[in-house]
Design a protein around this ligand. Structure first.
Ligand code: CO
Length: 423
């Protein structure tokens, strides 16, 4: 069993913990208040009985809807302070603070173009018309009568990040317009079959019920493959910010196409050439020609711990961990470089490794306390390898805005501080 032999021995496992056993605070560096606080905190440390054991806690059920510990209040989405936050709003998932592959609903990234509508599901309808045998109007109850399915997929904005400096300091700054959830809904193919597609049907134009009437054209092949109409996310109904009561999910496609507050599907022979697929969400190349209908998000990865804004407290054992994903399918491997990209070593992928979902990777590492640059590089099941920023710019030119899937290296200084090595 290869995995068995890869495990650290009991002796080396004890060495991971050495710091914690002798860990204390150097009092000389603290103010009088801090010393008093530290002394009080020490009352709660072994061998004492902590204060929260001495009286009963809050009664169960005091909160109708649960919230995180007050000590986690800094784990929140990052909302850019200088950007207008109404008509074109965004918030970023704090990837560097999360474990596993699922993004909690309260931390899922958001991107809106006309604010968040407040939709009464009893009054919401989905219209399906165009090149179909039988145009249909569905209530939400109708949609929920179809056989359901639940699948785990990522969603990512195609401007994650844009190509313009400064790129930012943290993993959230760089690629926080990315989240991953378990989605529940109905196969779009089933719904289209209910109406019956005419032979000329080549595209489906999806329209949202927001004030921007967000509209995108989707190739019929995707609609008949893994596309879903989604009403629930991570077990509960969609949040208003994620398209309540109904959105479309196109696994692996750029976030903008996953139209929220879905009110209309028009089956057509041609794309509609909406604003969001002509003026926006196209990629201007160096020769002045724009790439259009660039749907799939390509393979990408980032180290989330240790990462920008964090600090390594001391040399010794540190696990490098992060996330990888590809719109084209499963992640096949992730490599780690500890020498500015000169050499690479394979990381462990954590199960489950799902198609078009975030995959978590891990790499055991001993930091010797010297300055170092660390980075990750994803390869997906098609064999596509995540490029460096220089490689990407050499192909796409300098005018690109969307679809930046470059490698992001972190620089670790001798004092343990971590910064963006590409800033
Ligand atoms: Co695109």
């Amino acid at each position: 069993m290869k995995q068995e032999s890869d495990r650290p021995s009991a002796a080396s496992r004890r060495r991971f913990l050495q710091g914690a056993v002798v860990g204390g605070v150097a009092a000389s560096a603290l103010s009088r208040d801090a010393i008093a606080e530290t002394a009080k905190a020490a009352d709660n440390l072994p061998p004492n009985v902590p204060e929260w054991m001495k009286t009963p806690g809050d009664p169960a059920g005091s909160q109708p809807y649960g919230t995180p510990s007050e000590y986690e209040k800094n784990v929140v989405r990052h909302v850019p302070k200088n950007a207008p936050q109404y008509l074109s709003a965004a918030s970023r998932t704090p990837l560097q603070d999360l474990d596993g592959i699922i993004t909690p609903n309260g931390l899922f990234y958001e991107r809106h173009h006309g604010g968040v509508p407040n939709i009464d599901p009893a009054q919401h309808r989905l219209v399906l018309h165009g090149l179909v045998e039988k145009p249909l109007i569905f209530t939400m109850e109708d949609i929920r009568r179809f056989p359901s399915q639940s699948r785990i997929h990522f969603l990512e904005c195609s401007g994650n990040p844009i190509y313009t400096k400064p790129y930012g300091k943290t993993a959230s700054d760089l690629v926080g317009l990315l989240s991953c959830a378990e989605w529940t809904g109905v196969s779009l193919k089933l719904v289209l079959q209910e109406a019956g597609l005419k032979p000329e049907a080549k595209w489906v134009v999806a329209e949202g019920a927001d004030a921007a009437a967000m509209t995108r054209s989707i190739p019929i092949e995707k609609c008949l493959d893994d596309a879903m109409l989604v009403y629930s996310q991570n077990g509960e109904r969609l949040r208003p910010q994620q398209g309540y009561p109904l959105r479309i999910l196109l696994p692996g496609f750029e976030g903008n196409m996953n139209v929220k507050w879905l009110r209309r599907l028009k089956v057509t022979a041609e794309p509609v050439y909406s604003r969001e697929e002509t003026s926006k969400y196209t990629d201007l190349m160096a020769d002045g020609v724009a790439r259009e209908f660039t749907f799939y998000m390509e393979a990408k990865s980032i180290i989330t711990r240790p990462s920008g804004g964090q600090r390594l407290a001391a040399p010794g054992f540190h696990e490098i961990t992060g996330i990888a994903w590809s719109g084209h399918g499963k992640i096949r491997r992730v490599d780690i470089s500890l020498d500015e990209g000169k050499s690479w070593q394979e990381a462990q992928l954590q199960e489950p490794i799902l198609t078009r979902a975030i995959t978590r990777f891990r790499f055991p590492w001993h930091w010797d306390g010297k300055p170092v640059v660390i980075q990750s590089r994803a390869t997906d099941e098609t064999g596509y390898v995540q490029p460096t920023l220089a490689e990407l710019v050499s192909v796409r030119g300098e005018n690109s805005f969307y679809h930046n899937n470059a490698i992001w290296p972190w620089r670790i200084a001798a004092n343990g501080e971590i910064s963006n090595a590409q800033a």
